[in-house]
Design a protein around this ligand. Structure first.
Ligand code: KMT
Ligand code: NI
Length: 176
């Protein structure tokens, strides 16, 4: 089960630490920012959602010291994932093994909602939402990334994303 809470915004310590402010966030609150969560015991359960939503492509990412050769390479990649960005397409992430944190911008555009995913957790991340990702202190995740059509891995950084149409669409869909 995903654990969601407000990030404590303490940037003096490693971003792989929990950073739990103690304020928890419900699944309903996630839905308000267009994020959909589901626990899927098996990949067959994921296939059902992928089919319903017309997803055609997927890949598996393995993020660990071993998969990147050494710690420096891994940190370089992690720093990239951890810089605030958005994508032009909706994307599904399913945790096959290990763990990770997805930080999603709250409706007030100030707080980060941190979602810890463990094996079996699936998140649908809407197009146009600002977010970032990191490993936990476990330093390992294996995840399925599903995309509707051609993989568009282009990450659009803040503030560049502000002028994208997908950002405007996202904001108008999630207005309070
Ligand atoms: C993203 O969009 O930031 C990512 O896909 C992070 C890696 S998926 C475990
Ligand atoms: Ni991303």
């Amino acid at each position: 089960m995903v654990q969601a809470y407000i990030h404590d915004d303490n940037n003096d310590i490693d971003f792989r630490e929990a950073h739990n402010s103690g304020k928890s966030v419900s699944i309903e609150d996630l839905e308000k920012i267009g994020v959909f969560y589901k626990y899927c015991a098996t990949v067959e359960d994921v296939d059902v959602i992928a089919k319903e939503r017309n997803y055609k492509n997927r890949d598996v990412v393995n993020i660990s010291k071993e998969s990147f050769g050494n710690e420096n390479n891994m940190m370089e990649k992690l720093n990239m994932f951890y810089s605030e960005h958005l994508h032009e397409d909706e994307e599904i992430r399913y945790c096959l093994d290990g763990s990770g944190y997805f930080d999603l911008r709250a409706q007030n555009d100030t707080d980060w909602i941190r979602c810890r995913v463990n094996k079996g957790d699936l998140l649908v991340v809407p197009a146009g939402i600002y977010h970032r990702f990191t490993l936990t202190t476990e330093n390992y995740i294996k995840a399925l990334r599903l995309f509707k059509d051609e993989p568009k891995w282009n990450a659009i950084k803040r503030p560049d994303g502000d002028s994208y149409q997908v950002r405007e669409e996202y904001l108008s869909q999630t207005k309070a």
